[in-house]
Design a protein around this ligand. Structure first.
Ligand SMILES: C[S@@+](CC[C@H](N)C(=O)[O-])C[C@H]1O[C@@H](n2cnc3c(N)ncnc32)[C@H](O)[C@@H]1O
Length: 267
């Protein structure tokens, strides 16, 4: 697994509490992951998320994934765990505005140490967020602890692709994204198996490259003023972010980074 030093929880919280978090929410929308609602539908279908079930979203951000599950899948209740207070506050506001506060609740905690009861959820869910968590074995073990036997862990995440990142590419990607490390598909399969899960799906969604082309078009052809506004009108910051997005697109086209989808059943 490729990793860098000097990146931890505090750095991630700072990103999601500030300018970069606002920028990402503008470009990605409330659902802050590659593929938006279509990606959530694909994950929910494959994981067979059932009506009246209860779930936990580990690293839920503003909770848009939870609101999607409650609305579109008639999930009875969702508990979201996130370490950034600013996104939880925003999430509670959005949830209240949509009248879903009885079924969607937020917990401010590290996803590796959520303090949620063991075997309490029918499923654990996450979308494009575990890449931010340095201790992935602990995180997967926590997901496996929270879900009941026979329940499902379903998530998407950014992973190193089969072509592999060079050392320099990994340093650049991890530093710009504030990831302490990046897992690959085989690594996640190993961690899930070691935590008592039967892995049913572990696959590339194939979305990464095309979606980064889309984000660049949105930034450069439509949302330029709005994006600059989130960046306090700092042109040089916009140029750096655009250059970073181009680099991510290149890495995806070369098979060096991907969005992967996992569905595993707790045995
Ligand atoms: C890309 S966002 C998640 C997006 C969300 N899943 C969605 O689809 O809208 C990443 C989130 O992970 C949270 N996060 C990162 N590390 C965490 C940790 N160790 N524990 C809890 N939350 C964490 C961040 O605060 C941020 O809100």
């Amino acid at each position: 697994m490729k990793s860098i030093s000097g990146v931890g929880l505090a750095e991630v919280v700072s990103v999601y509490s500030g300018t970069q978090g606002d920028f990402m929410q503008l470009v990605f929308g409330q659902q802050l992951h590659i593929g938006g609602m279509k990606a959530s539908i694909d994950l929910a279908d494959r994981a067979r998320i059932a009506a009246d079930s209860s779930g936990v979203d580990l690293c839920c951000c503003n909770g848009a994934g939870m609101r999607f599950l409650v609305r579109s899948r008639n999930v009875a209740s969702m508990t979201g765990v996130d370490v950034t207070e600013a996104v939880i506050e925003r999430g509670r506001r959005f949830t209240q505005e949509e009248g879903l506060e009885d079924r969607v609740r937020f917990v401010h905690a590290d996803a590796c140490d959520s303090a949620l009861p063991s075997a309490s959820a029918d499923f654990v869910w996450s979308e494009d967020a575990w890449c931010y968590v340095p201790d992935k074995p602990k995180l997967i073990a926590e997901a496996a602890r929270i879900v009941r036997r026979g329940g499902v862990i379903a998530f998407t995440d950014w992973v190193e692709g089969p072509a592999g990142l060079s050392g320099a590419e990994a340093q650049r990607l991890l530093a710009m994204m504030t990831f302490a490390n990046i897992e690959d598909v085989g690594g996640y399969v190993g961690l899930l198996s070691a935590s008592g899960c039967d892995v049913r799906i572990a696959e590339d969604t194939g979305r990464f490259a095309s979606h980064f082309e889309l984000y660049l078009k949105m930034i450069e052809m439509q949302l330029t003023y709005d994006v600059l506004r989130t960046l306090a009108f700092r042109d040089e910051l916009l140029a750096t972010l655009v250059e970073g997005f181009r680099f991510l697109g290149e890495m995806a086209r070369a098979g060096k980074v991907a969005q992967a989808r996992f569905v595993a059943r707790r045995v």
